[in-house]
Design a protein around this ligand. Structure first.
Ligand code: NAP
Length: 341
């Protein structure tokens, strides 16, 4: 029964409990830095016909969250909001339980556990499109599930773009980060021979993920490596004309990270890859990862089979979002960092 004084949420078909009218959320009304994030009481999100409301149990933090908070690359403000964020509550990656569904939703019911992409995930409740969610495998903790959507799907799409399959030699630059820890594990699950590149402090982490070889970039000259069928570059420190030679002739160099986000378009390295590709013996392919539910489902099958395990470095309380998002934004995370709400 609704609490006295709690108005029902309009357009909701199913609701498993009386929902509060206000919730705790992290909010930023102007572009700024992750350290500016503060917790506020905001209105409970209301689902439209094809949306659900998720009780957020954990929200994954991605490098893109910090960039959206800064409002860069600047051209992205055409969609983020020209002068201030259109969506002041950041966060996309979510794991939790459905508490309310829109009138047209048939796939989900209150009480269903879900993982996927939402709007305003850095909050106690978030709204998500009904087709942006997947059921997590039994036994997967919410903190682990929330680590998956953007990072694991980016890793899968990068490996696919690189033509990675059984027997191929794959080099992952940035193997210890959010995307890299998934790229190593998924490439191994596909049967590839995997070399991960990271710094000294992360060598044992990357080994523990199953990498066949680990190279410490503080001790070895990464630019001198060569002969890989696919290179997944999550870092972007080497100039492309030099970097492409890490791949064998006929191999593919996938540009994922290092897009100089604090610029007008953030596209220089990606555009450079597309332009340079025809003028050499290695393919250069920019990745623009997309949140595809089918790809998340594919990763979850690997998780259920025990082939992939999210590597969660830390879970912070929602109240500590500024510290957590700022930490990820600095680019030194080991695996994933999540918020628990
Ligand atoms: N193109 C797309 O669609 C797409 C999608 C998602 C993400 N991205 C981008 O992909 C990049 C990686 O994302 P992420 O979430 O994995 O980032 P992340 O979690 O911040 O990665 C951090 C890791 O990078 C390692 N690292 C830093 N410099 C390195 C170097 N020179 N060589 C090797 N490793 C290095 C760090 O290890 P140490 O501390 O030991 O150095 C740290 O473990 C980001 O730039 C992100 O914006 C692109």
């Amino acid at each position: 029964m609704p609490r006295p004084g709690t108005p029902p949420i309009p357009s909701v078909k199913h609701m498993n409990t009386a929902l509060p009218t206000t919730i705790r959320a992290v909010r930023l009304d102007r572009y700024g830095s992750p350290a500016d994030l503060e917790q506020h009481e905001v209105a409970m999100p209301i689902p439209d016909d094809h949306q659900v409301v998720v009780r957020v149990r954990a929200a994954g933090i991605n490098r893109g969250d910090g960039l959206a908070i800064e409002g860069v690359p600047y051209a992205a403000r055409l969609s983020y909001g020209l002068t201030r964020p259109k969506r002041p509550v950041p966060g996309t990656d979510v794991a939790g339980t459905v508490v309310a569904v829109g009138a047209g939703v048939t796939a989900w019911r209150p009480g269903d556990p879900v993982v996927g992409w939402a709007s305003g995930a850095f909050a106690q409740f978030a709204v998500a499109a009904d087709d942006a969610l997947v059921a997590p495998p039994a036994g997967l903790a919410f903190e682990e599930a929330a680590a998956l959507p953007t990072a694991a799907v980016t890793a899968l799409q990068a490996l696919r773009l690189g033509g990675v399959e059984a027997g191929r030699r794959v080099l992952v630059l940035g193997a210890s980060g959010g995307v890299g820890t998934f790229a190593v594990q998924i490439a191994k699950a596909l049967g590839a021979e995997v070399t991960g590149v990271c710094s000294t402090r992360n060598v044992s982490l990357v080994e523990s993920l199953g990498a066949d070889h680990v190279i410490d970039y503080t001790a070895a000259d990464v630019a001198a490596l060569t002969g890989y069928d696919a290179v997944i570059d999550l870092v972007g420190t080497l100039p492309l004309v030099r970097a492409r030679r890490l791949a064998a002739p006929g191999g593919t160099y996938v540009v994922v990270g290092g897009g100089q986000a604090r610029s007008l378009t953030g596209m220089r390295r990606f555009a450079g890859a597309a332009m340079l590709s025809p003028f050499g013996r290695q393919r250069l392919r920019p990745l623009f990862a997309t949140p595809k539910r089918e790809d998340l489902a594919q990763v979850l099958e690997l998780v259920a089979a025990g082939a992939v395990r999210p590597s969660v470095e830390a879970a912070y309380d929602l109240a500590d979002a500024a510290t957590a998002v700022d930490f990820v934004h600095r680019g030194k995370a080991r695996g994933k960092v999540v918020l628990v709400a």
